[in-house]
Write a protein that binds this ligand. Sequence first.
Ligand code: CP
Length: 332
Amino acid sequence: LKRFIDLADFSRDEIVSLLQLSTRLQAQPEPQALAGKVLGLLFMNPSLRTLASMQSGIARLGGASFVITPGQGTWQLETRPNAVMDGTAAEHIREGLQVLASYCDVLGIRSFADGRNLANDVAETKFTEMAALVDKPLINLESAANHPCQALADWKTLDDLGVPQRAKFVLSWVYHPRALPLAVPAAAAHMAAMRGMDVVVLRPEGFALPPAIMERVRRAAAASGGSVTETAERADALSGANIIYAKEWGCTTHYGDETADATLRRRYTDWCVRDDWFSSAAADCRLMHCLPVRRNVAVADAVLDGPRSAVLRQAHNRLTVQMAVLHRLFIQ
Ligand code: CP
């Protein structure tokens, strides 16, 4: 394993093998497996889970890590190609990334969408440019349109919960006061399709996932025997659901237009997951969310604190699956 950038780079069998390694490392810890190895972590954007679970994971395998958060104790990094660097950024990623890669054995990068140009964000233009500068094994810690570590943890969570392959997986848009990136919804829908589930993307008008993202999801479903539908009809979508995967994301019909996005999303403040969302769902339907979540805005307290919530298991599984990814990347 050289790079962990996108679940689509792997076969279903390879993903299952990674999940088996994750389970094995839980049962039989290997505290010296990565002794003497160094993981570099570059966070262009904030994090709680990804940062802490990566540092904890490498430590539990005997390795070490360093973290760079540009502008917070380290130089601001410029990412624009051919920029005239007369602003706040003192260093360009062209030098910065190559220097960081030279200090570690594996590098992880988090770099969110710019949120201005949908085509560029869906094409992963910025992350691809950054990845091309790194001559070491690389982990995508969340890019513009992907979050493979979260997707892998979510797959393990579904397995842990005993959710059958052909279960109904409803990825539902939920309200947030600001436009959030497409990375998690894109990765979650693709993961569920690759797992062979019946995926329903539920979102209000104006928030359809971009065609290129839906096409990837459809291809994954076709290969695994799953299915994909998209709807704005909440009652139909939630009927018989086995999983409600709540996620906030930005308006795609007015992508990058903050005013138009805000005007449209204000109509949908009732898209907050409450107990009544489960009234026609399967009796054992569970709530998933990648976190962080805004309580009583995206998901109600009663759901997050109730027995349906799987969000803490998802977050814990970030640690367990990433240890498997690190194990495979460092030990070729
Ligand atoms: N789910 C997730 O990636 O969390 P963080 O943004 O806190 O890392």
